[in-house]
Design a protein around this ligand. Structure first.
Ligand SMILES: Nc1ncnc2c1ncn2[C@@H]1O[C@H](COP(=O)(O)OP(=O)(O)O)[C@@H](O)[C@H]1O
Ligand SMILES: O=P(O)(O)OC[C@H]1O[C@](O)(COP(=O)(O)O)[C@@H](O)[C@@H]1O
Ligand SMILES: [Mg+2]
Length: 478
């Protein structure tokens, strides 16, 4: 669906400072209907759907003031930083997304709604909060009484009986790490899953998971559309690695960074209490180094941060060993943080190891921390006198950073996310993801989220900031 011409939005930047050229400042950034990243609606493929008044009209806790209900002209801009001089103006379109929130008309009657919630992939702090808030929100805001948890991930649709949920059952789930519904990798069988959805009569699907889960959710949505089923699908992005694109950040990420700092702090204490001590911490981050980067920036105890987005090398000029030699001479100790996906291409591996994949098809990584520790020891023995003391203390907090309950910020984020998802689905939207863009909750096409990656941008200010904090080499061979 396109915006009507009356709803075309023209945002004009008017408060340019004096140093900006007048001509450039006067140029409006105009958003045409085509710039709206619209999301599918059930009415696109299910005929004769009736609308109903939003039950929030009669909810004792809500006063439906003017502007309470959002319309299709309420949007969130993707790009909010502009160069008014035009020097660095981007040729890419200025995308807008529908703002998340309640709509006046809804397409589900509470008595005919059967909602299913599933969690897939690895754990992430806040999963239980999202589940809890979906249940409580559906129950309290929209009067839905048929709410089910699909257990053990995608496979649970066709291999387990759904678990009936209500606010009483989930009341304290936000205080627990993990997912009470259980999760799994693999087990994605499209036909069986959609058959099970039909069999159980679910008409709302809340799918909580990471990039793999979102790719699966796109297929489920497409199959539902193909079968013309009156079933709405929303993805709620979960990833402790923060590797899902478009959204500001994923829930649980901040909690994981906080936990990671404890490991860095311990590594620092061990390193500075030893003679020539190296503290080595491996942190989660399969393809992206956000946890390592943010933990480095916030701890300030780190001498070198290694992430998958940057190739590094050990020996020779500008290599890790040369850098560590200097740091040990200067400070007597050093701390290295390495993301699990870093250095995978320089760790020797057998053919079998090159091909090993987990149940979801993700490449199984070799342990970069164990390898680095052994290389560090070999280096010290080769390049230093036998009586020079040296120690590497390796800390691998692995699951400790994700198998915890969400902190306060992540908990409130999860609540808004769940409510955004409910409002969108109730309004008949489908094939979308609810998530924050520039601090505002928006509805994003599921397909776009499934494709988008969120690698660390090593050309931006944040990575430069890491390098200025650590003063580490750039690992560019001259
Ligand atoms: N391309 C895909 N198509 C369909 N299902 C997928 C795809 N990739 C992953 N999945 C399924 O999504 C679920 C979670 O994927 P996984 O990669 O383990 O975790 P995450 O969603 O956290 O990235 C698994 O059940 C997996 O089988
Ligand atoms: O041992 P598991 O459960 O496969 O989890 C390990 C992986 O989970 C992650 O936290 C990411 O998982 P997701 O893809 O589920 O977000 C990675 O950092 C890590 O490689
Ligand atoms: Mg993933």
């Amino acid at each position: 669906m396109a915006l009507s011409s009356q709803e075309a939005i023209a945002a004009t930047i008017s408060d340019a400072d004096d140093t900006t050229s007048v001509a450039a400042a006067a140029a409006p950034i105009s958003l045409q209907p085509a710039n709206l990243k619209d999301i599918p609606h059930l009415t696109d493929f299910v005929p004769n759907l009736q609308t109903h008044a939003n039950p929030l009209d009669h909810n004792p806790y809500f006063h439906t003031f003017t502007g309470f209900y959002l319309t299709r002209s309420d949007i969130v801009l993707r790009q909010i930083a502009y160069d008014l001089s035009g020097t660095f103006s981007s040729s890419s379109p200025h995308f807008a997304y529908l703002r998340a929130g309640p709509r006046r008309d809804v397409y589900f009657e509470p008595s005919n709604t059967r909602a299913a919630i599933v969690t897939c992939g690895g754990l992430c702090p806040g999963m239980n909060t999202v589940i809890r808030e979906l249940v409580v929100g559906l129950w309290d805001l929209y009067g839905v009484r048929e709410i089910f948890g699909v257990t053990a991930g995608y496979r649970g649709f066709y291999s387990r009986e759904p678990l009936r949920l209500n606010p009483k059952i989930v009341h304290n789930w936000h205080k627990r790490g993990g997912t009470v519904l259980e999760t799994s990798r693999g087990g994605f069988d499209l036909e069986k899953i959609v058959d099970a959805i039909e069999k159980h009569g679910f008409n709302q699907l809340y799918i909580i998971g990471g990039d793999g889960t979102m790719r699966g959710a796109v297929k489920i949505f497409e199959e539902i559309r193909h079968r013309k089923l009156n079933v709405a699908v929303v993805g709620i992005p979960k990833t402790v690695d923060n590797d899902v694109g478009i959204i500001d950040r994923s829930f649980g990420f901040q909690t994981a960074v906080e936990m990671a700092q404890q490991a860095i702090s311990a590594a620092h204490i061990e390193a500075e209490s030893a003679v020539n001590g190296i503290g080595l911490v491996k942190l989660m981050g399969r393809n992206v180094g956000h946890i390592a980067l943010h933990a480095t920036l916030s701890s300030r105890d780190v001498d070198c941060c290694l992430i998958p987005e940057i190739d590094f090398y050990l020996e020779g000029k500008g290599g890790l060993f040369e850098f560590l030699d200097q740091r040990l001479k200067e400070n007597g100790h050093a701390v290295i943080v390495v993301a699990e996906g870093a250095g995978q291409d320089i760790i020797p591996r057998s053919q079998a190891q090159k091909e090993e994949r987990d149940e979801s098809g993700n490449l199984v990584f070799l342990d970069v921390g164990v390898w680095l520790k052994s290389e560090l020891k070999k280096w010290w023995e080769m390049d230093h006198q036998a009586d020079e003391l040296f120690t590497v203390k390796y800390i691998d907090p692995t699951y400790m950073i994700r198998a915890v309950a969400a902190n306060a910020t992540d908990n409130s984020y999860c609540t808004l996310l769940a409510h955004s998802a409910i409002h969108g689905i109730m309004a008949g939207y489908t094939g979308f993801v609810a998530g924050p863009i520039n601090g505002n909750y928006a509805y994003i096409p599921l397909e776009d989220v499934a494709k988008a990656k969120n690698a660390v941008n090593t050309k931006d200010h944040k990575w430069s900031w890491v390098r200025s904090v650590t003063n580490q080499p750039d690992f560019v061979k001259s």
